[in-house]
Design a protein around this ligand. Structure first.
Ligand code: SAM
Ligand code: SF4
Length: 318
């Protein structure tokens, strides 16, 4: 669930600055309220959803996010996780954990300050992200997942430093192949560092062995350091698509429902919420979207022209 389409970073692979300078972000009245989001969670929980991830844009830009946590946890027996760029996490981790947050994923593409700046196109300090991870640890949110998108020639030199930094911490770095989400990031196949190469480079210094899959819906392939240094994951959605095992439904911050990260159009849940529809009508819409789902973009990637419309990741939530 995306709680905002705004962000304090301009990662060129997600929200390239030249494009977002002229972008009109959603007015506040278009965003689902916390009460509306909690209601949707209650309804989808009744349909079998057990895990909710709050994302964005940058979810920590949404004021009082801990209040949403409280409402969601009260509304339904779901595990709530958060994906954040971590810059504001040091200030907010405690309140979020107390409100019922169970898991956090922090995106961190580089430790080197200059490379961090190039990947995030922001003046924020990588030290703030590391402080956010430390605060999340203190708040009891371990083990933390660290998401690292890998772009050839930009941050691939950071693979080993990041792996080294998080060995023996209990946290799990997931290296992500750069994906062609949206239409603004000028993605090229040559920008992608394939998961096989990521694994080779890391295991050249820290030998790895494969672990069994985390089960249905798990997007990362898991590996552990043979010396007991912990675990990493790779998300190979370009070179080894996993559409067949995908169990995710996505709700944008204005209440559009998508069954795929690469979809062009979403179904309008907000219209139902604001027209007095009962829970059964909302459940029916969600069920319809899920049942008619045929998306398998990543598996068919080569056949899709780049010019087809596709929703942006900062809008739909990553
Ligand atoms: N702002 C938060 C963050 O960065 O963690 C949450 C939203 S962000 C869209 C969620 C995740 O999507 C991040 O880990 C980000 O690195 C990843 N992401 C964004 N664009 C991507 C792309 N083109 N390919 C692969 N991952 C991407
Ligand atoms: Fe913002 Fe996250 Fe997208 Fe970077 S990846 S621009 S932090 S939403």
């Amino acid at each position: 669930m995306s709680v905002t389409d705004r962000c304090n970073f301009r990662c060129p692979y997600c929200m390239p600055r030249q494009h977002y300078e002229r972008h009109r972000f959603l007015p506040r009245s278009d965003l689902l309220t916390f009460e509306e989001i909690a209601r949707v969670v209650r309804v989808v929980s009744g349909l079998g959803v057990t895990k909710v991830r709050l994302t964005g844009g940058e979810p920590l830009l949404r004021a009082e996010l801990h209040r949403l946590l409280e409402l969601v946890v009260r509304a339904a027996p779901v595990e709530v996780a958060l994906t954040t760029n971590g810059v504001l996490l040091a200030r907010k981790a405690d309140a979020l954990a107390r409100a019922g947050l169970r898991r956090v994923t922090v995106s961190l593409d580089a430790l080197d300050p200059q490379v961090f700046r190039a990947m995030s196109d922001s003046d924020h300090d990588v030290g703030d992200v590391l402080a956010g991870i430390a605060a999340a640890e203190r708040a009891g949110l371990s083990p933390i997942k660290i998401n690292t998108v890998v772009r050839r020639g930009v941050n691939d030199g950071e693979l080993l430093p990041i792996a080294r930094r998080f060995r023996h911490t209990g946290h799990v770095v997931r290296f992500i192949e750069y994906m062609d989400v949206g239409t603004t990031n000028a993605w090229k196949p040559s920008d992608v560092v394939p998961a096989s190469e990521i694994l080779e480079r890391i295991s050249s210094e820290f030998p790895l062995e494969a672990l069994p899959s985390g089960g249905m819906g798990e997007v990362a392939r898991r590996y552990r350091y043979t010396d007991g240094g912990g675990e990493i994951g790779v998300i190979a959605s370009v070179t080894a698509p996993f559409c067949g095992g995908c169990t995710r439904l996505r709700l944008s911050s204005e209440g559009k429902l998508y069954a795929c990260l690469f979809a062009a159009f979403g179904d309008d849940v907000r219209a139902l919420l604001r027209s007095g529809a009962d829970d059964a009508a909302i459940a029916e819409l969600v069920t319809r979207v899920w049942e008619r789902r045929e998306d398998r973009y990543s598996e068919l990637r080569a056949r899709h022209p780049r010019s087809l419309p596709r929703v942006e990741m900062s809008y739909i939530g990553g």
